[in-house]
Write a protein that binds this ligand. Structure first.
Ligand code: MV4
Length: 499
């Protein structure tokens, strides 16, 4: 077993990894920036080392610094969590060149899956269904015209080096293609240093379903079933659940087998997630991308399969064989995760910064709280504003929803504005209840309730939206949460109080 793991991350995921280390009797070493001295992960780890300035580029993204700390303190492995350096093939190579174990996939697999056309080629050759489109970067605008004509509009132009929604452009008709092609290539070059783009058929109103995969270093690969993550806004998931309420057992069997095929095809080791778009009408699913890391939403899978993914990651990196076989994994009951963000829904999801002045977490049967904050923590502008993941388990989806509503109502945070009201609004929405939501749910249902900007000339619209939201909240008989550092110019909660 590994002896000391450096955790190259912060917040709730660093805390989650520290807990797995403690349970396995492995020493944990935190690293932190100057903004994070009082953070929970620093308090909980066995050791903690400051690595630089608040800006991520000068701390959590500083590969050399992190590797030199690991060597100095005698860490034999690095767990990257998600984000930051987790899917950086150069980092993996450097970690390994220094004789340190990277808890994750090989640099090779990360590169192969990071270039989206090579990923699509590999999937097609392995019998994993991909979205119809090109499997090589487009060589010219003329080639784009030809392919788009063949598969039919609307299409998506995507950056080969992109992912997660970056460098993506929908094209509705041939006359839009020229400018879209040029802009997409330019954007791709600027964002990723690589101008390559490719074409996919645009899939209308799909769901987002992904499969958790685990593989050891001896080629054994299993899946831990699926998660549905369709409730998102601007490529930011906010609610995830397992099992998916939208697929039948036959589709479940097909999509999980496809995910195992995908991981096997890349010779994958450790934990990964294979993402699919799912068309509810045809019941077809299409490979989107493979995430070569532990994901934010892994806990719903842990609760439903009763299996600890992070401990297994560490065991795999220690050279152990998978501790379970596929036959030993099954789904029990239903789990839902809500991501609690420090942000203002009514102010264009602007991050809310401040000091945590009050923090009472919900407790009770079937409630799990993965948090990176506690009383007095500082929520800064430097990092992702996700504070906490509330995860609940219950025997059925209906019961899990009720349990989550209670958990959210009993989660009290003061000092920053949170999205708890938004989460409650979603859980009560008929389209969430009957599972008919797609990836466009928030954009279609919530956005019309919210004005784009809070300019003075938009005041009427602002009042209208605030009143509409207030009515929804009143119907749910809930109290409005008012931020400590409220601004009277752009805070609809204030308006609602007077309504
Ligand atoms: C698509 C699509 C529709 N058709 N590709 C967004 C993130 C990136 N992983 C791929 N994405 C999409 N690709 C085709 N051919 C719609 C999306 C998409 C999306 C996908 C998953 C979850 C949320 C999403 C939100 C907007 C768009």
């Amino acid at each position: 077993m590994l002896k000391k793991i450096l955790i190259a991350n912060r917040g709730e995921i660093a805390v989650r990894i520290i807990k797995a280390c403690k349970e396995l009797g492995v020493k944990s070493a935190a690293v932190y920036s100057k903004a994070d001295g009082k953070s929970l992960h620093v308090k909980l780890a066995d050791e903690a080392y400051e690595i630089g300035e608040a800006e991520a580029a000068k701390s959590y993204l500083d590969m050399n610094k992190i590797i030199s700390v690991a060597k100095e303190i005698g860490a034999d492995a690095i767990h990257p969590g998600y984000g930051f350096l987790a899917e950086n093939a150069d980092f993996i190579e450097q970690v390994e060149a220094n004789g340190i174990k990277f808890i994750g996939p090989s640099a090779e697999a990360v590169k192969l899956m990071g270039e989206k056309t090579s990923a699509r080629r590999l999937m097609e050759n392995s019998g994993v269904p991909i979205v119809p489109g090109t499997i090589h970067p487009l060589k010219s605008y003329e080639e784009a015209v030809e392919f788009a004509g063949k598969i039919g509009y609307p299409i998506m132009l995507k950056a080969a080096a992109g992912g997660g929604g970056k460098g993506m452009r929908k094209v509705d008709s041939p006359d839009e293609l020229k400018s879209a092609f040029e802009r997409a290539s330019n954007e791709a070059l600027k964002a990723f240093g690589n101008a390559d783009v490719y074409i996919e058929k645009f899939i209308e109103n799909p769901k987002h379903i992904e499969v958790q995969v685990l593989a050891d270093e001896y080629g054994n690969t299993i899946h831990l079933y699926e998660r549905e993550c369709s409730v998102q806004r601007r490529h930011q998931k906010i609610i995830e659940e397992s099992p998916s309420p939208s697929i039948d057992d036959e589709t479940r069997e097909k999509i999980t087998s496809a995910a195992v095929k995908a991981a096997t095809a890349v010779g994958y080791k450790n934990a990964s997630t294979v993402e699919f778009l799912y068309d509810t009408v045809s019941k077809d699913f299409y490979f989107l991308e493979m995430n070569t890391r532990l994901q934010v939403e892994h806990p719903v899978t842990e609760l439903v399969t009763r299996f600890d993914i992070v401990k297994e990651q560490i065991k795999i990196a220690s050279g152990e064989k998978l501790s379970v076989s596929q036959e030993e994994i099954s789904q029990h009951g239903h789990a839902i995760e809500c991501r609690v963000y420090a942000e203002d829904t009514t102010n264009n999801f602007a991050p809310s910064i401040g000091k945590i002045l009050h923090h009472k977490i919900p407790v009770g049967p079937g409630i799990r709280v993965d948090t990176g904050i506690d009383l007095h923590s500082e929520v800064s502008v430097y990092y992702d504003p996700m504070l906490t993941k509330l995860i609940v388990w219950d025997a059925s989806r209906e019961e899990a929803i009720v349990r989550m509503q209670e958990a959210l109502k009993n989660y009290h945070i003061a000092g920053v504005t949170t999205n708890i009201d938004l989460l409650l609004w979603v859980l009560n929405h008929p389209k969430f209840r009957d599972a008919s939501f797609t990836i466009n749910f928030i954009a279609e249902e919530l956005q019309p309730l919210l004005p784009e900007k809070w300019k003075k000339e938009l005041y009427d619209e602002y009042v209208e939206a605030a009143v509409a939201l207030a009515a929804i909240l009143k119907e749910e008989k809930r109290h409005l949460s008012v931020s400590q550092n409220k601004t009277f110019t752009s805070n609809s909660w204030e308006l609602m109080k007077y309504e």
